[in-house]
Design a protein around this ligand. Structure first.
Ligand SMILES: Cc1cc2nc3c(=O)[nH]c(=O)nc-3n(C[C@H](O)[C@H](O)[C@H](O)COP(=O)(O)O)c2cc1C
Length: 215
């Protein structure tokens, strides 16, 4: 116990000297977002498309990791079970916080978003691109509900595999995508001696306003 406490206390590293300047930040933050995501994927960082999304409902904040599946002018897409905890929380509160951490690049990207459901066609399209086993898995999982045992889940997968034999595994209504629309970004680039670069973008009257924040 004391060993881990000491280790945590003393674990530190300095960050590389890659700069993020106001001049290098484009007017539209989605351009920089795409650049950073692209560089993270190209660097072959594990799970470069994973981000934490925090939601709020009933006086509590909750967070978990999901995968970004598309990025375009309006925002970013991710997919999940609409009946999961996050699904219920997003139904109650459309605002959420997104956080990408790319440790190997000394980068963090924080985004505040408003979340809406994708239309059925978009959700169908992505669902059908998933491997058949994952599609059956989506049918089998009442994501976030209490599960009696692992065996119960496996039996359900087996039952559904038989039920879908020779048939297409279409998307269940309780599963689909969300579009997360950013209204605030903060790009964080780690720098030596904790003097990090932080460039924020705020959407004001339909225009992005850029500013630098103290580290
Ligand atoms: C790397 C990684 C990627 C994940 N991707 C997704 C995803 O795209 N969609 C999803 O529903 N859950 C994903 N999960 C699982 C979620 O973190 C979470 O356990 C699940 O969605 C239930 O969350 P909830 O109870 O808050 O709704 C992923 C987990 C990890 C660690």
């Amino acid at each position: 116990m004391d060993e881990i406490r000491n280790k945590v206390k003393n674990l530190r590293r300095d960050f590389a000297n890659v700069e993020l300047s106001e001049a290098s930040c484009p007017d539209d933050p989605i351009v920089l977002f795409r650049d950073w995501l692209h560089q993270a994927i190209e660097s072959e960082i594990k799970d470069a498309n994973a981000f934490t999304i925090s939601t709020y409902a009933n006086g509590e904040v909750d967070s978990r990791v999901v995968l970004i599946r598309d990025i375009y002018e309006e925002g970013l897409q991710f997919f999940t079970n609409y009946g999961s905890n996050k699904g219920k929380e997003l139904a109650e509160h459309h605002q959420a916080a997104v956080n990408f951490f790319w440790a190997d690049l000394d980068r963090q990207l924080r985004i505040k978003v408003k979340v809406e459901k994708l239309n059925k066609v978009e959700s169908d399209e992505y669902f059908m691109s998933r491997p058949r086993e994952s599609r059956i898995g989506a049918w089998a999982s009442k994501q976030s509900a209490r599960l009696e045992s692992r065996a119960h889940l496996e039996a359900e997968v087996e039952r559904l595999t038989k039920e879908f034999e020779g048939k297409e595994v279409h998307r269940p209504d309780f599963w689909g995508g969300y579009l997360a629309k950013p209204y605030y970004y903060e790009f964080w680039q780690g720098r030596p001696s904790r003097l990090h670069d932080r460039i924020a973008y705020e959407l004001k009257d339909g225009k992005w306003q850029k500013s630098r924040l103290y580290p």
